[in-house]
Design a protein around this ligand. Structure first.
Ligand code: DMJ
Length: 555
């Protein structure tokens, strides 16, 4: 963390502590930056956001709708064009049925997909959403069906002839035009499944949308023995990586795919960026490619250096609790005073690399917000202690981190968190035929919309949190979850890339004999170092818990 930033944060904390609240209303960050002669004058300094319309993956908003902060007035803006007219929810939920051990429903759903789903449609879809929700689920279900060990019970399909793999292949081929005619190799954000890239297509895409395709495309390539898919996805990751700032090493959130210029200079862990970091690590976990880990380690270090504010250690010392903020990718200066709900995935990622102590702290912050509203607002302004964007589309990120933290610590606190989340979902989102997006987390108004990730992720992680005996935990197999929560076995067959000679950067990447260490920068702890005696205590000292509760206006 830069010394100046630390001073800024501590200074701000002290200024508002006088009124008994940390980060309370009052002087906003931009004012303070200006007062200190810092930039702080760019877009997004005022509460409400960077103001550049970024279409983050998963953030439910069409690209051509104006930025939320400008036009949020209670109208229905959280509509997205992810549906694709291809039975999205049915497909996205397939492996949830397997994880729940419901073989009859799994078999029924798979047959329905085989019999009815076709991608030969005049339908324009987001490459990212189609990849993580549809391609990922088809591949996951295919792997479950063909797994000789059948860890989830009998999930075989009579006369199965790799139909799901064929469907996945067909879809991926239809997505490939997104990678053509792009000068940087970074893909277009949308394609028409029948006609390719629409003529009026945007040349701008977000980092997560373009750079989080490698897990699914890599699995497909390795199952088919056809390098094309992994090649294009890997080229996109490398192109984005090469555009990072020389100064901070950070990436922005929106880029022009022809010029390579950053249109959105915000660097953060939430919308527009989240799964890019997640997939650097997960690609390494699955494929064992050294270059993915090297990029992840460097990215993690840069995140710690420039995005993390607050005291150094989570569970000791003075100062504000750690928080990851949105900064300008070139200067590291704060861009706004909100965090978004998508960022709640990050503690889960930290668990995967063993930075459990830091994960505990960030998770506690998000849980405090949940406790206040019974949901997570899409954007929460930590300065104003209020939602900036008040909808909650049943997102999974907090549950996902809760589940992974429970696996790492076995602290029953996380079961309590899960129960709390479950009860809020039942109380505020349950509808006649499913669960509904909350239009407004304060007013608890609902929308007629249930995102497909509610079944593929939110329900799956909640179920697994409480199902200690689940084969995911007990079968002795190793599993990984894709960014959409699809389960994939960490399998030897995904570690063989027989076509290294044609992958970009093959010289460096082929040195698999020298394993690279997984390094968490600013490593305060790892899972082995969470002592047993802390298992039945609060994961975070109660004074720090109270501090966080105060900071979100809970007490
Ligand atoms: C999911 O579609 C994926 O987790 C994605 O990476 C971003 N978030 C949404 C759910 O919130």
């Amino acid at each position: 963390m830069a010394v100046g930033d630390r001073e800024w944060l501590l200074g701000l904390g002290m200024a508002v502590e006088d009124r008994g609240r940390l980060w309370g209303p009052g002087m906003i960050a931009g004012d303070r930056e200006r007062e200190r002669g810092g930039p702080g004058t760019g877009p997004g300094v005022s509460p409400g956001g960077s103001g550049r319309a970024q279409p983050p993956p998963g953030a439910a908003r069409p690209r051509d709708i104006p930025p939320l902060y400008e036009s949020w007035s209670g109208s229905n803006l959280n509509i997205n064009d992810v549906l694709g007219n291809y039975s999205l929810t049915l497909i996205d939920a397939l492996d949830t049925l397997a994880v729940m051990g419901n073989s009859s429903e799994f078999q029924k759903a798979v047959k329905l997909v085989i019999d009815t789903v076709s991608f030969d449609k005049d339908s324009t879809v987001q490459v990212f959403e189609a990849t993580i929700r549809v391609l990922g689920s088809l591949l996951s279900a295919h792997i479950i069906i063909t797994d000789s060990k059948q860890p989830f019970g009998d999930m075989t399909i009579k006369d199965y002839d790799n139909e799901l793999l064929h469907l996945a292949h067909d879809l991926a081929v239809r997505l490939l035009p997104a990678f053509e005619n792009t000068k940087t190799g970074i893909p277009y954000p949308r394609v028409n499944l029948k006609k390719g890239v629409p003529p009026d297509s945007h040349n701008e895409t977000c980092t997560a949308g373009a750079g989080s395709l490698l897990v699914e495309f890599g699995i497909l390539s390795r199952l088919l023995g056809d390098s094309t898919f992994e090649w294009v996805a890997r080229r996109a990751v490398k192109a984005l990586w090469s555009l990072r700032s020389n100064n901070t090493g950070l990436l922005g959130n929106v880029v022009n795919i022809q010029t390579g210029h950053w249109v959105g200079k915000q660097s953060g862990l939430g919308a527009g960026s989240d799964s890019f970091y997640e997939y650097l690590l997960k690609s390494y976990i699955l494929f064992g490619e050294k270059e993915d880990l090297e990029m992840f380690n460097a990215a993690y270090q840069n995140i710690q250096n420039h995005l993390r504010r607050g005291r150094e250690a989570c569970n000791e010392g003075e100062g504000d609790p750690p928080l990851y903020v949105n900064v300008n990718m070139y200067t590291g200066q704060l861009m706004n005073t909100w965090i978004d709900s998508l960022q709640a995935f990050f503690p889960g990622l930290q668990v995967l690399i063993g930075d459990v102590e830091d994960a505990i702290c960030l998770h506690a912050f998000y849980y405090a917000i949940w406790k206040r509203y019974g949901a997570l607002p899409e954007r929460y302004n930590w300065q104003l202690q209020a939602p900036d964007v008040p909808f909650y589309p049943l997102r999974p990120e907090l549950v996902e981190s809760t589940y992974l933290l429970y696996q790492a610590t076995k602290n029953p606190f996380y079961l309590h968190v899960g129960m709390d989340i479950l009860q809020s979902l039942e109380k505020y989102t349950k509808a006649k035929c499913g669960y509904a997006t909350l239009h407004h987390v304060v007013e608890k108004t609902k929308e007629d919309r249930m995102e497909s990730f509610f079944l593929s992720e939110t329900c799956k992680y909640l179920y697994l949190l409480f199902d200690e005996e689940n084969p995911v935990h007990k079968s002795g197999n190793k599993f990984m979850f894709t960014t959409e929560g699809h389960i994939v076995s960490v399998d030897e067959r995904f570690r063989n890339s027989l076509w290294e000679d044609i992958l970009p950067g093959e010289e460096e990447s082929s040195q698999k004999s020298k394993p690279t260490e997984l390094k968490a920068a600013n490593f305060s702890s790892n899972c082995n170092r969470v002592p047993d005696e802390r298992r039945y205590l609060l994961p975070l000292k109660s004074n720090y818990m109270r501090q966080i509760d105060r900071m979100v206006g809970l007490i």
